[in-house]
Design a protein around this ligand. Structure first.
Ligand SMILES: Nc1ncnc2c1ncn2[C@@H]1O[C@H](COP(=O)(O)OP(=O)(O)OP(=O)(O)O)[C@@H](O)[C@H]1O
Ligand SMILES: Nc1ncnc2c1ncn2[C@@H]1O[C@H](COP(=O)(O)OP(=O)(O)OP(=O)(O)O)[C@@H](O)[C@H]1O
Ligand SMILES: [Mg+2]
Ligand SMILES: [Mg+2]
Lengths: 227, 227
């Protein structure tokens, strides 16, 4: 479902060259549950942004459903992202002047759904995250973990085939984190492909495969036996 | 050193009232190392902002060095914050168009230090955080964990008496997190008072006292035996 071939992302700042992702080739099948780990700055978010079609490679290929993203024009890419991919950003990326409810509804606007349906689905997702009493709060009026849960709700509201979650429990206490893990487990049981970047072993332990990054490369890629 | 008496913070949004902090009385002595834990939305950041003199209580008192913050005017409060308190924000709060080096130097500008000294101290702090090769990167050109380390460096550059750290390892892998814990341990050994909000037991285990919040109140406050 998701494949990369010699994927590279390089940044040039003045005289220095940074190889954020430095040649990654891997393949993730439909229905997998993968944990991506690695040291700070090892290229995990950069990699996620490329397979999520939010960023273009410097060289190499990303293929979604066997079609290279470079073969799709920007409208087709936007449509693919909106319909098939749900992305939880490491820094949430919520709209500051917008309520939790309207933040979650944004992907449904792109999907062309009518207003009543958008409100209903968004409210349902936020309630499932324990935020039913925070629907009209803007991000500044929410705690860090509440903002993170709004970001998760937004990623799930279009019922994506592929969930890409970059540190989705970084701001959550262990009980709230368990709730999120149960939701992810349920989605994976329904066939949703999950790729989660995490530094917490409690989260990585739910995945069936573990990929480790260092200095822009994959240094380990193995199946893990669940508890 | 830090004391609160019946501390309350209430938000009113339309017809609803939110008791973010709902009557907290506690006292932290010079040199303590305290971990604050609790569920998402339980009032931890709101509490930290008040004892860090960044936010004013709705009622109750905050006393720093036995002086109520309400007895100080805003200049005196700003001076106290700048000279005695280092704050690591849950969401970093870095200046977006400013390099890592200049972000870290900001508190030294307020402290009236000359430019060469500011650059030297900021570079030293960032290098100690493993970011010596990222000094001129702006936040958008840094990974999540690198931004978090810039926020930590900035909190430490004035050599504060009190370090208030809100989820300082939320975006860090375990090895980088260990490095930060070693730095905090060293500071506490030198007499610096450390109050850290965390949801990670590996971080809480370094503290000597553990305070747990729920629904704006303290439900547990005990000394913990370190390994
Ligand atoms: N400006 C505001 N207006 C209204 N409610 C607010 C505001 N800021 C915070 N709150 C609410 O106050 C409560 C406490 O927030 P706080 O940020 O202190 O929680 P927290 O314990 O730090 O949570 P987390 O672990 O998720 O970071 C939350 O329920 C939040 O929704
Ligand atoms: N726009 C940019 N310009 C220059 N360098 C960048 C840019 N974005 C990221 N980098 C660098 O690329 C490297 C990889 O960044 P990335 O965000 O992918 O790391 P990460 O593995 O997600 O780290 P973390 O665990 O801290 O979130 C980092 O060293 C970072 O400094
Ligand atoms: Mg990252
Ligand atoms: Mg908080």
């Amino acid at each position: 479902l998701v494949e990369t071939r010699n994927l590279v992302k390089t940044y040039v700042l003045g005289s220095e060259t940074i190889n954020a992702v430095n040649g990654v080739s891997l393949s993730i099948e439909r229905g997998e549950y993968v944990a991506i780990m690695g040291t700070s700055g090892s290229g995990k978010s950069t990699f996620m942004n490329m397979i999520g079609c939010l960023d273009t490679p410097s060289s190499g290929e990303v293929l979604i459903d066997a079609i290279p993203t470079s073969d799709r024009d920007s409208d087709a890419l936007a449509k693919l992202r909106n319909e098939k991919i749900g992305f939880v950003f490491q820094q949430f990326n919520l709209l500051a002047r917008t309520s939790a409810l309207d933040n979650v509804a944004v992907p449904l606007i792109y999907a062309g759904q009518p207003s009543a349906k958008r409100q209903e689905k968004s409210a349902a997702k936020l309630t499932a995250m324990g935020l039913g009493d925070r629907l009209d709060h803007t991000p500044a009026k929410l705690s860090g973990g509440q903002q993170q849960r709004v970001a998760i709700a937004r990623a799930l509201v279009t019922e994506p085939l592929i969930l890409l979650a970059d540190e989705p429990t970084g701001a959550l206490d262990s009980r709230t984190s368990d709730d999120i893990m149960a939701i992810f487990q349920e989605l994976n049981a329904q066939g949703i492909t999950i790729i989660v970047v995490t530094h917490e072993s409690e989260v990585a332990d739910h995945a069936k495969r573990r990929i480790e990054f260092r200095d822009g490369k994959v240094i380990e890629d193995r199946m893990v036996t669940n508890r």
